[in-house]
Design a protein around this ligand. Sequence first.
Ligand code: R7I
Ligand code: MG
Ligand code: MG
Length: 306
Amino acid sequence: MSLKSKFIGALIGSAIGDALGAPLEGNSMEEVNSVYGEDWKMISGRYTDDTEMMIGVAESLIENRGFNGADMAAKFIQNYHARRGYGPGTKEALRRIREGESWEEASGKLFGGKGSYGNGAAMRIAPVGIFYYDNADKLREIAYKSSHVTHSHELGKEGAALQAFSIALAVQGTEKEAMLHDLKEFVKNVIYKEKLRKIEALLAKEADKKAIISELGNGEEAFNSVPTAIYSFLRFDSFKDAVVYAISLGGDADTIGAMTGAISGAYYGEGAIPEEWEEKLEEGKKGRSYIKWLAEELYRVKFYNV
Ligand code: R7I
Ligand code: MG
Ligand code: MG
């Protein structure tokens, strides 16, 4: 499968997971399953903050041929629509920057000076995962820096780096069996190391959804959602099964859907994404076609440097 198809798969897959999970965000696993049953149609196709911010990350990497913090912050602010449902920490960081604080300093003021460990940095990281898929050190550096615009807590940044590296391994076509090993080597924080050990144990016994939610989480914290997305990707053999499973866990369904969709899209390529989902994904100024174009631009900048 072509690398370009994997680049497109990662970004479109992320947006589709987001749109598919969006109407379910905040519902419990039991509520989601009682409404949906076996019928996983995309209800509206509208994406949320997850995708709006991912678009900003991609735009900034393309325009600057790499990372530029002030510009990435400006892109987030330009693209911002409150109705897409931003997290309170991210909202405050962007307000502070808009009012004149530097992008280096604003995020550090949140949550009593500790910074956010929400999943807002990980949910938007797909462009970093594909653009730096062949360089783990650079990927880590840019994952941390792009997180820092809104998320300065170590756990928020590490979650974004782990999600980015999962996407990178998927682009590389790493065998699923080898992925957990590579992820364990990559990740620095003990909380994530422990979660990766849990993923391995849970995969070995085909655990039920309750166990996944209690052991890995389905919340808005990066450490309670990034590992869940990795698990959802590893457990199933198709884009569709992985993403349906991820959002069926309820909780932060749009975001866990987006992150599972990004890894799965990078692994299986655009061709493996169900057409009826892609067609339903919103179109318009920064819709489906634009997101696809951003993936093609990242590919072009990376390989042709023009
Ligand atoms: O991370 P963030 O942008 O939120 C992303 C979520 C996704 O589900 C999106 O789909 C959207 O719905 O929002 O926004 P933050 O507010 O930075 O983090 C999310 C939540 O994590 C916060 O509202 C807190 O509940 C929690 N959180 C923390 N709680 C205590 N201490 C994050 N950091 C902390 C912390 O340091
Ligand atoms: Mg969202
Ligand atoms: Mg969410």
